[in-house]
Ligand binder design. Structure first.
Ligand SMILES: [Zn+2]
Length: 198
């Protein structure tokens, strides 16, 4: 078997090493920088040692007590986790665009339509975790928007576009440029009003 090392993401977002279709989780870094990784199957104690940069295998210790994952299953997991990570990083990118890009980068042709639909659903579920629950009242909605604002979730082109007033239960979605246009419009109406009256 070829000892080609690949770094992938676990379902919980942790980095794993993939080697010969077996997955390994990081357990410790030695004083010389070498890293030890243990098989992710709980009953298995097979482990590997990689260099500090996680690019090559230094040692393989023990035998696996189970069958290795299939190539198809491994490829599906890589596609799913890559897409989920990108869905979370770029919240405004359409899922289909992310999936298409990942499929073009993938060397595999083993994906079926049901795999793509499953990945698509996983991306939506991942994104839903970043959003608050559906508000049940106006007060609730304002409280949620306030929290999102504090977490810098309401930013576009480095500018906050959601303005919340708790005193008047008022939410305004706009930016500085719009404010300037309204201001100019208001001044023009005032000038017109004064010219008509005098
Ligand atoms: Zn194992």
């Amino acid at each position: 078997m070829e000892n080609k090392i690949q770094l992938i993401q676990s379902e919980k977002g942790k980095q794993l090493v993939l080697l010969n279709f077996n997955k390994y989780r990081h357990v410790r870094t030695r004083k010389n920088g070498m890293r030890k990784w243990l098989c992710t199957v709980k009953t298995c104690y097979a482990s590997i040692v990689t260099d500090a940069h996680k690019t090559s295998i230094v040692n393989i210790i023990g035998e696996h007590t189970h069958e290795s994952n299939s190539e198809v299953k491994t490829e599906r997991q890589i596609l799913r986790e890559n897409c989920k990570r990108q869905a979370d990083d770029g919240i405004s990118t359409r899922p289909i665009k992310i999936i298409r890009k990942e499929l073009m980068n993938s060397v595999s042709c083993n994906f079926e339509m049901k795999d793509i639909i499953s990945v698509w659903k996983a991306m939506y579920d991942k994104r839903r975790q970043s959003y608050p629950l559906f508000p049940t009242s106006l007060d609730d909605a304002i409280r949620q928007l306030q929290n999102m604002k504090e977490d810098n979730c309401c930013m576009l082109l480095e500018e906050n576009f959601v303005h919340v007033s708790t005193e008047k239960n008022l939410v305004c979605i706009t930016n500085k440029e719009n404010f300037a246009v309204f201001d100019e419009l208001f001044r023009a109406i005032c000038r017109l009003y004064i010219s008509i009256r005098t």
